[in-house]
Design a protein around this ligand. Structure first.
Ligand code: PLP
Length: 391
């Protein structure tokens, strides 16, 4: 079995099947292919080839790479469908699986727009949801109804970086005849393989560390080949197609995913340890910190590290945060995560601004909480930047 870093470099690479074929993929920009006769046109249409909404070779290479990473070392074979954003991946996964009358049990600390989608959009199609604390297994069990088709949660939740007990959640889902769907955007398949612990479907916002350079909006849904067949058919009809250049950029990002995630993880842990020891910092959330309630679970489910994301709260609250932001030189504010450079975000103003203040407090998101997506800088420079800004 090849290692993850080897799979990341090779999975989905094009075959060298023509004279002087380039070693890196071409980008197919044509919106449709041309055919010499009815027979070849008919064969292409039957297989959903030759029309851009169904994807091109760039999509197939990306899908093979992500499915290959996700299935590496597992018995199960997996397939993937690439779509135009992480939210499109969530919509395709849920809407291809469910009918009117069905029910979702989702974690209360899912990405804010995921919660909005469950609350405001899916009910118009007759799909309802219960949004509960996924660290409380009794609450999850109580929320399941005979109509529950999906349990939905995130790995390394944004912004408190909680690690769910995937094995226990998979057991609850499977007992109810439902699927466990895991948004694995933050750790990426380089650090976490939810299928290993019982998940049925895995979702990515490729916008983040998967592509890795803050220049793509994209998403993927990963599952068994037979399940993906249904999700792909829905995506081909619904039409949230990823642009071919974005598919190409994401695959290019994946080639360095394993080395990037190793550096992101090492920087995140060292920065978390520095911040934890700083007098101006009240609380640091990072699962690999020895004092984290998620440390033992992270070591089991994320043996290669917990990824780039950490969050912290300053003792001086929002005013101290504004002062720190004005003094940082390397680190900038960005309403996203997963870039090569270290960036900060303010969840109360960005990902969770759709929640009312009481809901935000209930979800543990104070106005003084700042989320950090650690980049690839030299850790000494990064720590020096925060040290300067905090004193
Ligand atoms: N899932 C997670 C964990 C996210 O953080 C985000 C966006 O921040 C999304 C999904 C949605 O991704 P996109 O913005 O690509 O639609």
């Amino acid at each position: 079995m090849p290692h993850t870093d080897t799979v990341a470099v090779h999975a989905g690479e094009p075959t060298l099947d023509r004279k002087d074929a380039p070693i890196t993929p071409d980008i197919t920009v044509g919106s449709a292919s041309g055919y010499p006769d009815l027979e070849t046109l008919d064969a292409a249409m039957a297989e959903h080839r030759g029309y851009g909404r169904w994807g091109t070779d760039n999509h197939r290479q990306l899908e093979a790479a992500v499915a290959g990473l996700e299935a590496n070392g597992l018995e199960t074979r997996l397939d993937a469908v690439a779509v135009g954003s992480g939210m499109a991946a969530i919509a395709v996964a849920l809407m291809s699986e469910m009918n009117a009358g069905d029910h979702v049990v989702a974690a209360h600390d899912c990405y804010g727009t995921t919660v909005t989608f469950l609350r405001n959009d899916l009910p118009r199609f007759g799909i309802t949801s219960a949004i509960v604390n996924f660290q409380d297994m009794d609450a999850v069990r109580r929320a399941v109804t005979p109509q529950t088709r999906v349990l939905l949660c995130e790995m390394c939740t944004n912004p408190l970086i909680r690690v769910p007990d995937l094995e226990a959640l998979a057991a609850i889902a499977h007992e109810a005849g439902a699927l466990l769907v895991v948004d694995n955007t933050v750790p990426t398949p380089a650090l976490s393989q939810p299928n290993r612990w019982g998940a049925d479907v895995v979702i990515y916002s490729a916008t983040k560390n998967l592509s890795g350079h803050a220049d793509v909006i994209g998403g993927l849904v990963v599952g068994t080949p037979s399940w993906i067949e249904g999700a792909r058919a829905f995506a081909h009809t619904f039409g949230p197609t990823l642009g071919p250049f974005d598919a190409w950029l994401t695959l290019r990002g994946i080639r360095t995913l394993a080395v990037r995630m190793a550096r992101h993880t090492s920087n995140a842990l060292q920065l978390a340890r520095f911040l934890e020891g700083h007098a101006a910092v009240r609380q640091v959330n990072y699962p690999e910190l020895e004092g984290s309630p998620y440390c033992a679970r992270a070591r089991k489910l994320l043996p290669g590290g917990a990824g780039a994301l950490l969050s912290f709260e300053l003792a001086g609250g929002k005013a101290a945060l504004e002062s720190m932001l004005s003094r940082l030189q390397l680190v900038r504010l960005m309403p996203s995560l997963g870039h090569v450079a270290t960036t900060l975000s303010h969840p109360a103003s960005t990902s969770h601004r759709g929640l009312d203040p009481a809901e935000r407090t209930g979800a543990g998101i104070s106005d003084g909480l700042v989320r950090c997506s650690t980049g690839l800088e030299n850790i000494d420079d990064l720590i020096a930047d925060f040290d300067r800004a905090l004193t």
